[in-house]
Design a binder for this molecule. Structure first.
Ligand code: GDP
Ligand code: K
Ligand code: MG
Length: 271
């Protein structure tokens, strides 16, 4: 059985360094049709049944930049068996914004907490076990540069892919917003695969046009969605996309606070 493993993460989080470690010399570069963005594909060293795709660096799964469109189409339409979400551990809050969205795709995710060498050098601490519990997926500490944690990461990714175990769905939004997500889900049930129901429900609340088109809703369903979204926006007196973005950041704020501790170097050197 071939396992397709996608590397997803922010720009400069270390994806290509990791990709080169995992694939060695066996790699080629190809252009995605219609866009200027490149994906790289290679096979795992020592296991030709694992095909690894290095996706363009992105901050979000919104449909605005070509990088986002390429990465998002690959994940939502081609559905790899497993995502390794490469996270720059020195920029946890910024990187987790994408992580929370990847977890909504229903594809199993393993987080590679990269640049752990820098975290350690700075004397900072990340509780990766707690982070794993909160996110609902495996979190493996690695340093792609120093080739640390490579075997553990591959083992976790392959095992997760083989077990077909989707990351536990975590309700990260406010109770109120979660109720709107459920309302939308009830309308579009059957139009989207079960594993993507939450992803599409959130996207519809964000008024994501690309996602809406893909679903091919009939007129009645479209009207019900419009009605729900307009109640959602009225309730919060804000735009749908902003509400979701704000609540995502709120959630990430609590996650970071609970799992990471930074050494305050500035204080030490101040006096
Ligand atoms: P990409 O944009 O996600 O593909 O990131 P790259 O693989 O190009 O890496 C960006 C920069 O981070 C490069 O200078 C890498 O050498 C560096 N880098 C990648 N992984 C690590 C790591 O684990 N530790 C350290 N210290 N640097 C890293
Ligand atoms: K780079
Ligand atoms: Mg790269």
């Amino acid at each position: 059985m071939v396992i397709r493993l996608a590397l997803a993460g922010n720009p400069n989080c270390g994806k290509t360094t990791l990709f080169n470690n995992l694939t060695g010399a066996v790699q080629h570069t190809g252009n995605w049709p219609g866009v200027t963005v490149e994906k790289k594909e290679g096979r795992l060293k020592g296991n030709k049944d694992v095909v690894i795709t290095d996706l363009p660096g992105i901050y979000s799964l919104s449909p605005y930049s070509p990088e986002e469109v390429v990465s998002r189409d690959y994940l939502i339409k081609d559905k790899p068996e497993i995502i390794i979400n490469v996270v720059d551990a020195t920029n946890l809050d910024r990187n987790l914004y994408l992580t929370t969205q990847l977890l909504e795709t229903g594809i199993p995710v393993v987080v590679a907490l990269n640049m752990i060498d820098v975290v350690e050098k700075n004397g900072d601490k990340i509780d990766s076990k707690r982070l794993s519990e909160i996110l609902g997926c495996s979190v493996i500490e690695i340093s792609a540069l120093k080739k640390k944690g490579m075997d553990e990461l591959v083992t976790a990714a392959v095992n997760t892919a083989k077990s077909k175990q989707t990351s536990a769905v975590k309700k990260i939004f406010s109770d109120k917003t979660e109720r709107f997500i459920s309302e939308i889900a009830a309308v579009i049930e059957g139009k989207a695969e079960d594993s993507l129901l939450r992803w599409y429900s959130v996207k519809l609340l964000e008024k994501d046009e690309k996602a809406t088109e893909t679903l091919k809703l009939d007129a009645q369903e479209r009207n019900r969605v419009v009605e729900i979204v307009s109640r959602f926006e009225k309730e919060f007196d804000d735009d749908g996309e902003s509400i979701i973005t704000n609540e995502r950041y709120n959630h990430i704020g609590t996650v970071v606070k609970e799992t990471s501790k930074k050494t305050r170097k500035e204080k030490l050197s101040a006096s």
